[in-house]
Design a protein around this ligand. Structure first.
Ligand SMILES: [Zn+2]
Length: 60
């Protein structure tokens, strides 16, 4: 099954969080945003972090 993947580690976080099988980039970003809020205390994702996340997204 195709899906989008992302690992916090890929943007330099010391964190084992990983998103797998997201059906779209939008869905992945939503999951990542929720994680960032809970785990990294980011109420909103800064532009530079969003750009890093975007370039770290892999597609199966
Ligand atoms: Zn994380």
């Amino acid at each position: 099954m195709a899906g989008y993947r992302f690992k916090c580690k890929d943007i330099g976080m010391k964190c084992d969080f990983e998103v797998r099988h997201a059906s779209s980039k939008d869905e992945l970003m939503q999951i990542a945003a929720t994680h960032a809020k809970m785990a990294h205390n980011m109420q909103t994702i800064p532009q530079d972090v969003a750009a890093k996340v975007d370039s770290a997204i892999r597609q199966d």
